[in-house]
Design a protein around this ligand. Sequence first.
Ligand code: SF4
Length: 63
Amino acid sequence: MRIVADLGTCEGLGMCEAMAPDFFEVGEDGVVEVLDAEPGEEHRTDLTAAVDACPVLALALQG
Ligand code: SF4
């Protein structure tokens, strides 16, 4: 599984960080940073919730 973030779409709203702080962090530039782009399968439920929480649909899971 791979986290894909569209940095041009991200508006730095921080919903993903609130849902899964081990994997997302909004930097001072106001754009999300993916802390671990290839997380283990055991994180899928949390990451799906985080991806679904993004208001501008900037996140996706592949695989
Ligand atoms: S929830 Fe979406 S818009 Fe907000 S920081 Fe995360 S990726 Fe960016």
